[in-house]
Design a protein around this ligand. Structure first.
Ligand SMILES: [Cu+2]
Length: 138
């Protein structure tokens, strides 16, 4: 009988561990997820490619604090800047010409961190009909 009681005890302890490990893991991962969503400092990135047809994707939605990498896939300089053209006053910081002191050379990129919530239209200052939109949410 002592052995049986011992086995029952071991099973109960193991079962408790199993519950702790799996039950606990589920709880932890849920907490991690909610932390990720509410943490503005969580590093996240997105990419926009500029080709002969313009910016792609034409519209993206990102969370505040996201760094967007603008890649120039053309053989022409790229001067991405916020609307309106030519003042660039909607989001003055978003202006590759001001940020880098020059156009983004072919094959190069520039990165911009979006800290302001809103819907931001921008364009290539050198080809202003090439427009695109980035929506920044909380
Ligand atoms: Cu412009």
């Amino acid at each position: 009988m002592k052995i049986l009681a011992y086995i029952v005890g071991v099973v109960a302890v193991l079962g408790g561990f199993t519950y702790l490990i799996f039950g606990g893991a589920t709880t932890v991962s849920m907490e991690t997820d909610s932390t990720t969503e509410s943490n503005p400092y969580q590093p996240s990135t997105a990419m926009v490619e500029y080709s002969a047809g313009g910016f792609e994707p034409r519209e993206i939605k990102v969370k505040r604090g996201t760094t967007v990498d603008f890649v120039n896939r053309t053989d022409m300089p790229l001067w991405a800047a916020s609307d309106p053209h030519p003042e660039h006053t909607d989001y003055p910081e978003l202006d590759a010409g001001v940020m880098t002191g020059e156009h983004v050379k072919p094959g190069k990129d520039f990165q911009f961190k979006f800290d302001k919530i809103g819907t931001w239209k921008y364009h290539n200052h050198s080809v202003p009909e090439h427009t695109a939109t980035i929506t920044v949410t909380e």
